[in-house]
Write a protein that binds this ligand. Structure first.
Ligand SMILES: Nc1ncnc2c1ncn2[C@@H]1O[C@H](COP(=O)(O)OP(=O)(O)OP(=O)(O)O)[C@@H](O)[C@H]1O
Ligand SMILES: Nc1nc(=O)c2ncn([C@H]3C[C@H](O)[C@@H](CO)O3)c2[nH]1
Length: 215
């Protein structure tokens, strides 16, 4: 059975949660929200990444593991669609960037064990935007721990996403990836832009449902 499980992904502040909420509302899907505010290490992490990266990445990984297990039980396995503002692969993107190599080796082993049986999204929306756009949005949002966001860190993560997404598409040709350039498309202020994205999502869901009927 094809149960829509959509993941909205992209670098910090690109608009994942905003779009996720709109999709959830439009299609009456259950919304899975990132739990970053609950990460007790995030504040210290932004002050000293080297010192706090292992705790931070492990917390995100364990928390997302719990969340995904839970939504599988309550929604996906019951045939109820879900839209999430992350894909579990983001753990690896951040961890690879922030952990020292010895810790990353350990982290990777745990990641592989924990993610083995998790439900994986069957539609991805990949958001991107230039660094000035991301910085503007992060500043406007005004979270205290992101007040001194390092633009190099943001740039590295954006490049990690840019490199990883085509690899993901090559490994998973069956999972549609809808790309949205946040510098050209403004789905917050322009309803036409929002409608165009929602139409693409609707089409991807319909295609998934039809393919499922055939197989
Ligand atoms: N297309 C857009 N145009 C203008 N502002 C936007 C747009 N999308 C999001 N925003 C604003 O940018 C800020 C960040 O958006 P949001 O919280 O959705 O990003 P996010 O990708 O979920 O962030 P994070 O990576 O930190 O979880 C919010 O204040 C939101 O209102
Ligand atoms: N280090 C690290 N690893 C993650 O897996 C991760 N996921 C999100 N974040 C940070 C980005 C935003 O500041 C804030 C909200 O997304 O949390 C992360 N930071």
């Amino acid at each position: 059975m094809f149960v829509p499980f959509i993941a909205v992904e992209g670098p910090i502040g690109v608009g994942k949660t905003t779009l996720t909420a709109a999709i959830a509302e439009t299609f009456s899907y259950n919304q899975l929200r990132e739990i970053s505010g609950e990460n007790p290490f995030l504040d210290q992490f932004y002050q000293d990444k080297e010192k706090w990266s292992f705790q931070t990445e492990m917390f995100f990984l364990c928390n997302r593991y719990e969340q995904l297990k839970q939504i599988n039980k309550e929604y996906i396995s019951q045939g109820l669609p879900v839209v999430a503002d992350y894909h579990v692969f983001k753990n690896m993107l951040f961890a690879q960037r922030t952990l020292e190599s010895k810790d990353f080796v350990k982290y990777k082993e745990i990641y592989q064990i924990l993610t083995r049986d998790l439900p994986m999204p069957n539609i991805i929306i990949s958001l991107s935007a230039s660094i000035p756009t991301l910085l503007n949005r992060i500043n406007e949002r005004g979270r205290s721990y992101e007040a001194d966001m390092d633009s190099d860190y943001l740039l590295q993560l954006s490049e990690d996403y840019r490199t990883y997404l085509p690899e993901f598409e090559a490994i998973h040709p069956d999972i549609p990836v809808i790309h949205v350039n946040g510098d050209e498309v403004d789905y917050v202020r322009n309803q036409e832009d929002m409608n165009a994205i929602l139409r693409k999502i609707f089409e991807a869901v319909q295609k998934g449902l039809k393919l499922n009927e055939v197989t």
